[in-house]
Design a protein around this ligand. Structure first.
Ligand SMILES: [Zn+2]
Length: 288
């Protein structure tokens, strides 16, 4: 058995691009510090919209394959070499936005059998033995079926892995503290006339925005801001990046955060104020 690095972080996301937007700076920071960072992406974003007009002919599996290449480039920018697709590439397809007929496709992630999907993730957990798992809140941050399902599958997998021999010490949800988001949008409103975007998104368009008191942990990724921007830029079919701002296919500008925020929902919070390290309070000496 190969020896595992002392610190191991597992992130579970719904589509390519979610990881770079939510956790790009965190992933780059922990890779730079020598931790193992494993990303599991549940679908290939086959039903998302495509921004560049010259690529709009891509749909379904062809779009999924293209987005897997974008994800590969993004992971290179972050230094992450362990990234996988739940059950293998193409096992679960994008479910589309909530309420669309796409949600009924038997191959889509929303229709996945929970225990079967979780079993794929349990395999990864038992192999990697992460001390920290990161995913979305029960609403998936903003109600997208694949994000909700990623939350459910991760939660179930953590339970099943505990019964099978690896108790994940800490689980976090992606969050954004309301005061930080409001301040960033206020700055965006002031700068908007100078920016190549016609309009801005609103605070409530962002996933995971909550009262500051729910945020337990903030990871300062300022030193890795460039890596995060490069990773986001690799997802060119899904977003357009300009300096400290970006827009998704709705073309509405939103702030790019290089400090990333989390809510601890399983495990012991390190004493003091907000944690500044996802591994805070854990004994992370090497394991065999
Ligand atoms: Zn997504």
């Amino acid at each position: 058995m190969t020896e595992l690095p002392a610190r191991r972080l597992l992130l579970v996301h719904a589509h390519p691009d979610d990881e770079s937007i939510n956790n790009g700076a965190t992933m780059a920071r922990y890779r730079a510090e020598g931790a193992r960072v494993t990303l599991v992406t549940c679908t290939l974003g086959e039903r998302g919209e495509v921004i560049p007009p010259e690529l709009r002919h891509l749909t379904g599996p062809a779009l999924g394959a293209y987005r897997l290449r974008e994800l590969t480039a993004a992971m290179a920018a972050l230094g992450v070499d362990d990234f996988r697709q739940l059950g293998g590439a193409g096992r679960y397809s994008d479910s589309g936005m909530m309420g669309l007929p796409d949600n009924d496709d038997p191959d889509c992630f929303w229709q996945a059998d929970l225990d079967e999907a979780a079993a794929h993730l349990v395999e990864v957990i038992l192999e990697v033995r992460p001390q920290v798992v990161v995913t979305y809140d029960p609403d998936g941050g903003y109600g997208h079926p694949d994000h909700i399902q990623a939350h459910r599958v991760t939660t179930r997998a953590v339970e099943l892995a505990a019964a099978a021999g690896w108790e994940v010490p800490k689980v976090y949800w992606n969050r954004a503290p309301r005061t930080v988001v409001e301040a960033a949008f206020a700055r965006l409103e002031r700068e908007l006339p100078e920016l190549p975007f016609d309009a801005a998104a609103r605070v409530d368009d962002l996933p995971g925005v909550v009262g500051d008191e729910l945020v337990t942990t903030e990871i300062d990724g300022t030193a890795h801001a460039r890596d995060k921007a490069a990773a986001m830029g690799a997802h060119a079919t899904q977003l357009k990046l300009t300096g400290a701002y970006f827009a998704l296919s709705n073309a509405l500008a939103q702030p790019l955060f290089t400090t990333e925020y989390y809510q601890l929902v399983r495990g012991e919070r390190a004493p003091g104020g907000r944690e500044s390290d996802l591994f805070a309070g854990l004994a992370t000496e090497g394991t065999r």
